[in-house]
Structures are given as structure tokens and as C-alpha cells.
Design a protein. Sequence first.
Length: 356
Amino acid sequence: MSATTFTPSQLATQHRSDGLTAAIDRDPAAFRILSGDRPTGALHVGHYFGSLQNRVRLQDAGAELFVLIADYQAMTDRAVQPDLPDIVTGLIADYLAIGIDPDRSVIFAHSQVAPLNQLLLPFLSLVSVAEISRNPTVKDEAAAAGLAAMSGLMFTYPVHQAADILSCHANLVPVGVDQLPHLEIARTIARRFNDRYSPGAAYFPEPAALLSSAPLLLGLDGQKMSKSRHNTIPLRATADETARLLRRARTDSERSVCYDPDRRPEVASLLLLTALCRASTPEAIAAQIGDGGAARLKAAAIEAVNDQFAPVRARRAQLAADPGYLRAVLAAGNERATAIAEDTLRAVRALMHQRY
Ligand code: TRP
């Protein structure tokens, strides 16, 4: 989000994130990770290289991974979504196909976890309207929606996000920079709850943000790659669809291909995508293409994406053929998240003297 400016404490978060990587490598089992996606469409290659790949890496290293389908949060920008059930099972197929393992990790939808949602009320008492109003990401989204369209849910969703995170005592939240203000609210809520209701021994951990180090891929139109802009390459796209999408990607008319993100952002993004799929560097890919122009660059990108995702797509097709299994995975995840959030809610009520 370009208009976003960060406070010194948010910049400090970025700093902490660097040290965290070493701590995770040393003792992955000490981390409970919560990461989440809004169910607004199919996951795409930008998600994969920006965050999904890292989730699987952390899971495989031995961290506890919780994956949240943020269906209430999706309502902040689309109130009625009749295809939500299909989007949700599609998301689960995407998660499993890229390697999230339902035996080790918990996939859940926050609308289905009642005690998580009950935490919203005590948490609302711990922040002021002025603090939420100052949150730059809320400000950006409110501006985009127009003031008249700003619902109470949209205004308070960072507090609800704190409930997502704290209900399962997650201590690590992998995010992009636009999410740092929300993480700051979750940390503030944890700290204030501890100070007010549990002064002897902190009850909630202060969750740390793990900033993604992955470079940003642009969408096919040169704008930010995003489900709502219809400019993505979905993970589930077939090889032919991928070719069709990439052939119409925006480039420029210079024949010589070089990696220059400032001057030639669209070409640079295709080079980066190809390099990520080939475990290479954009400079090396550019050197291979040389004077081949946009057509050769696109051919290289198409082949690289199709090679990289062929196994994921094959697994995904198998999974999608069994929606009953996908729903069972979600039901088991919802149950586990509910059991954990129930324990949290019980403890919170006790600390708040609401035990009668
Ligand atoms: N706000 C996140 C997004 O828009 C989604 C999200 C909701 C989330 N709750 C979360 C992310 C908790 C991490 C932790 O992408």
C-alpha cells in the first residue's frame, strides 16, 4: 500500500524480523505461526513466492503452522459472496497441493471458531477509536471504500485480527509491510491485557511480525498482482491458460532484455518470475534471452512457470476431485482451532473476574 507511512515502532518491527529468522532456524519448534488469506479468489504465483512457499518451509522445519481463512475479513470489501463455499474448498486444495500438511498444520476459517470471535469484545475495550483511526492500513482501505461505505466491521477488523492471532497464542505472524500496523495493534492488545488483568505473569505472548523478504511480482498489467484486479497467474491455471495469460502480459518494445526494475518494471517482473521458478537470478535469465525481445522472454517465463507448477497442479487436480475430503480437512482444523480458542477464552474470563 503505497500511501502507507510507518511509525518508529513499526520500523523497529522490521528490525526485529531480521533477528527472528536466526531464532527460527535455531529452534523452529518454539514458534507457533499464524498466517492467513482472505477467501476472495484463487491463490496465485505472487502468493506462492511471497508467502506460501515460506509457510511450507517453516512447517517442514518443525514450526507449528496455523493457516487462517479470513472469511469475516473478506466481508469488509464484499458483503455477499454466493460462491464462498467453492472459493474456500478451492483454497484448501491450493494449500494442500503446495505442501501444507493437514496432519501437522491447522487450517481453519475464523467464522467457524465461536470462542475466537468472542474475544473481540474484551479486546475492543483495550484500544481507543483514535488508535484505530490512526492505523494507516485502515485509513487506506477506508479511503478506497469511501467514508459512507466504512462499516463497523471494517473499522474494527484489526482488533478482530488480534483475536485471530491471540486466540491460538501465535507468537509469529508472517506478513507484508501493509500488515505491520495491524500487528502493532495485536501487540498493544496483548500488552495491555497482560498489564491490566495478568500483571504477575504475562498471559498473552506479544506476537512478532516476520517480514517477507520475497521481492514483489507485478500483475500481468504491470499493477500490483492481486486477485481483485484479475491480473494474476493462478496456481491452478493449466499450462495452456498460463501461456495465454503470459502472452498478453505488458512489456515494452526494446529488443534487448535487461533487468532494470526502475526503468522497465514489467520486463523486470517477468525476469524475476522466471528466475524464481528456475532458482536462478533475473540477471542470468536476462543474459540468456539477450536480444530475443519480449517474445522470447514470455516463452521462457511460460516454460518456467509450467515446469515449476506442473506437480502442484497435478496434485491439485486430484484433490479438487474430492471436495468431501477438503471439507473434512477444514472441519478438523476448525475443531482444533475451537478447542484452543475455548481454552483461551476460559482463561481470559477467569483473569477478567468473569467466573460466576
Ligand atoms: N489481513 C490479512 C490480509 O489481508 C489476512 C489476515 C486476517 C491475517 N487475520 C490474520 C493475517 C491473522 C495474519 C494473521 O491478507
